[in-house]
Design a binder for this molecule. Sequence first.
Ligand code: C5P
Length: 419
Amino acid sequence: MEHITVLDDRRIILGVTGSIAAYKAVDLASKLTQAGARVDVIMTGAAQRFVTPLTFQAVTGRPVYTSMWGTDTGGGLPTHIAHVGLGEGADLLVVAPVTANSLAKLAHGLADDLLSVTALAARCPVVVAPAMDGGMYEHPATQANLAALRERGVAVIEPARGRFASGLVGRGRLPETPVLLGHIRRALGRGGPLENMKVVITAGGTREPIDPVRYITNRSSGKQGYALAQAALDAGACVTLISATQQLPVPVGAVLVPVESAEAMLDAVLTYSRDADALIMAAAVADFRPAEIAQHKIKKADQDDEAPTLALRRTPDILMAIKTQRAATGHPRAVIGFAAESHDLLENAQAKLRRKGLDLIVANDITAPDAGFNVDTNRVVLIDAGGAQHPLDLTSKARVGEAVIARVAALLGTDEEAR
Ligand code: C5P
């Protein structure tokens, strides 16, 4: 697994309490470690009935803390008093899963085990992921405790609906690791260079209907657009993701606006860009659409080989429409486009940058097998309005996303202010 920049070298305390979902926390600890975080696990006594400390020690490569009475803390903490040593300098405290009992302790400031003592000593942001039977989760006492924690700024990860170990069905299941990771990224991204910035991102290839069954589309997977959305969230932005694909997991925290056609994407982009700070048009918008959309499925004749001729019409150019809106309103303050080209990459990209009035264009050679459509890597050149070119070597779409987002922060002048 590739390092995740927002998690890289961050100190995360992972509190694990006594729920059957404790086994899922092992995967979370492993993924956080693989992503580059330093994970210190604290287990309650009840948690150790479900999973052993050795399991977490094996996946994190670090000592696991279970008692508030020992002074042999190992692991290079700033002090030998474990709860102070753990709390001090931590970037985030995550309690996943948190039982109704541990939740109550956190809400009321009880301090009778290492986790609850550390929670009082820590000054970092806190994320909790409740996991318990549906009746316990819905109980007014639990809900009041959650409300108290939210009031104090604790981020609560909503449990998922589904089947419990008891056989009952309801809301109270610990979400899967990618969802937990998404919330953790969101919490660590707060205060990043795009904090309070509204960023609109488009992704995927539009679908232009022919009849109720068929459509014209292109090879775009949407992966680069989704990676951009995740990078913007990691930088603390409020992200609206206008997506023509429904195949990819939506990054936690992004507001999804699903669209199909270029026309629908135009409407959505104009609406959501009205007060946006930045627009990134990563979508592969179809250039042509069928002139007529047949109401019923176009049938083939049984007797002859005749095929219908499809008349096409140009779709609206969204970036050109944004250019007009921007001239009138000043929003979005920064506009970034993509140029997917199969020849004369830089010349074509530069011409597009000028014609569409962009601040930055991401030029993308789509002929290479390891870049462009449907793969996880990309090789791009960033070209700014002044004509300066910044080539990026072959890298993941995640890293390309981060590089573009860093440029967006520079364009908005928020890169220096970031904490
Ligand atoms: O002109 P071309 O389609 O190559 O330009 C690519 C850039 O323009 C991309 O950022 C794409 O999202 C955007 N685009 C647009 N409206 C279209 C076609 C492309 O905004 N109809």
